[in-house]
Unconditional design. Structure first.
Length: 235
């Protein structure tokens, strides 16, 4: 459900979306890096009027965040697609086979142009699923643990998560990050199979699995990760 006030920034106009959550301890405000949605999470029994009034007082911050959003990057012929630290130009011709192929510095694709973006995203997800599964099994073997299930999604706030059952879920968009960033994320999640916390022992295991401190890879995600959410986005 959406409520006023309305915020504008970076050529975008967004209303406030309010979500009540049983486990919320207070008010939490964020701007979704994928689409600029402004989300207020609040306890179920809190006053909506007071919460919306508080959000209105955050207008300067919200509109600055909207302005900082990376521009949308639709997947159209000639667009540049980041791919494991490289850049691929989308090379499309209608008469080619629909099956996507990797070329030297390009992504070769055919079929109807109106379905081009959807086909490329499906291809990216397939590549991500395979790469993330392979690397998860690799690090799990080193750590001496099992991972019952590896899956992908498009989470808005996490690049990866490990459940108490041992299942690991990743953002498929990691396939567009540099290879080392994807690997560091996998090492992080596999380490949670041993330590379900962020203790010194956990971080030591991450470094052991990855082979070094992944500070540079974490920094890359902080600095550039939001741009990955804008790929395959037209607004």
């Amino acid at each position: 459900m959406s409520f006023e006030p309305v915020f504008e920034g970076g050529g975008r106009r967004r209303e406030l979306t309010v979500k009540r959550h049983a486990k919320a301890r207070g008010l939490r405000l964020r701007v979704d890096p994928r689409d600029g949605q402004i989300i207020l999470t609040m306890p179920k029994r809190s006053s909506l009027k007071k919460a919306v009034s508080w959000v209105a007082g955050q207008r300067d911050w919200i509109e600055a965040e909207l302005t900082k959003l990376a521009p949308p990057q639709p997947l159209v012929p000639g667009a540049i697609l980041p791919w494991r630290g490289a850049a691929l130009a989308i090379d499309w011709a209608a008469g080619r086979p629909r099956k996507i192929a990797l070329g030297e510095g390009r992504l070769i694709v055919g079929g109807p142009q109106e379905a081009l973006e959807a086909r490329i995203i499906r291809w990216l997800k397939d590549q991500a699923r395979q790469q993330l599964d392979n690397e998860t099994r690799h690090y799990a073997e080193i750590a001496g643990v099992s991972v019952p299930r590896v899956s992908i999604g498009d989470a808005r706030t996490r690049w990866g998560s490990c459940s108490s059952s041992g299942a690991i879920r990743y953002s498929w968009r990691l396939i567009m990050a540099p290879a080392e960033v994807l690997s560091a994320t996998v090492a992080h999640e596999v380490a949670h199979r041993v330590h379900m916390d962020h203790s010194p022992a956990f971080h030591a295991l991450v470094e052991k699995l990855f082979g070094r401190n992944p500070a540079a890879e974490r920094r890359w995600l902080r600095d550039h990760g939001a741009t990955l959410y804008r790929i395959g986005c037209s607004s």
